[in-house]
Design a binder for this molecule. Sequence first.
Ligand code: NAD
Length: 380
Amino acid sequence: MSPQSIGVVMNGVTGRMGYRQHLVRSVLAINEQGGVTLSGDRRVLLRPVLVGRNAEKLQRLAEGHGIESWTTDLDTALADDANLIYFDAQVTQARVKAVLAAIEAGKHVYAEKPTAETYEDALALAEAATARGVKNGVVQDKLFLPGLLKLRRLIDGGFFGRILSVRGEFGYWVFEGDWQDAQRPSWNYRAEDGGGIVLDMFPHWAYVLENLFGRITSVYAQAVTHIPERVDERGESYRATADDAAYGVFELEGGIIAQINSSWNVRVNRDELVEFQVDGTHGSAVAGLRDCRIQHRATTPKPVWNPDLPATARFRDGWQEVPDNAEFDNGFKIQWERFVRHVVEDAPFPYDFASGARGVRLAELGLRSSAEGRRLPVEP
Ligand SMILES: NC(=O)c1ccc[n+]([C@@H]2O[C@H](COP(=O)([O-])OP(=O)(O)OC[C@H]3O[C@@H](n4cnc5c(N)ncnc54)[C@H](O)[C@@H]3O)[C@@H](O)[C@H]2O)c1
């Protein structure tokens, strides 16, 4: 049987995430492999309809990838009944309005994180989608990274015993833009444009912690702007009004303490751009984007504190690599396939707007905690 196809309106595909991860590595890659596999050996292809503000860029993009449809008019794309899904990877600030329009038009909606800038708006989106009866999903790509999938496997296999703590280190040096171009868009550094590392990263930490370790019960964060002035895409200097580093402590149900540093002002002295160390009574693990290393209680060395002697043990040698034991596909693509199955055949998809809203709430509470200098409870 030849595969059927569904229209997918994609807004924000000229951006970093929209283009590389969602259009090229997900939607087009899915079509290259013959579509999303459904139950009963059926398949469905995705027909992207590119939407954006700049006709020239859209046309170039469409031609470059052999895509038939593009428009600068979102309403036209939403009016077409053949388009079942609306996807949004625009700048965060533009998201709510466009997603609400898509919900109103009866489209199933899939969106980048954060789903909104405020918890109130994020909840409103979740409620609107439920009221209209459309399927909804938020990108939670970190869950599908090989490193975190291995961590999940260790947890499910009982490797850790009782988990005590999680320490996450995320970040890298983002150039200021004066003598080397910045590798992130300048809106990320302006609060008035929806920027800030807390709003960017706490939604990730919310679903990572919630899915792997348990519900978050409290948050303490210190958010700072280490570099107050940067240079934008046009070479003009601007004031960085948003936080560019955040030092957070999260308490989880069951007493696990998670401590996660997020920073765009740190030089990497790690194996990967994000790493989580998990310590449990029976073993520990360090998981990155791809790799995961473990140390079991039986192979744990017994260091003795003595500053008078040089360290003789090479501590990092005492860790063991967790084997792949599986093929790992692109995380964004895996989640796209799952969302399409959710839409087409009602397969389960727990990464909905409600969980997206919990991510935005954690960011909002993190910023409030920082402003007030105190730990804040996170309601169930
Ligand atoms: N899942 C992840 O790991 C991840 C990583 C980075 C960014 N994101 C999210 O993806 C979204 C896009 O981020 P990005 O880094 O791709 O940004 P970007 O600046 O590279 O792209 C933004 C896109 O939005 C469009 N846009 C619409 N209205 C705009 C406006 N008023 N001003 C500027 N651009 C406008 C741009 O044309 C472009 O297509 C953000 O919400 C961000 O939080 C997610």
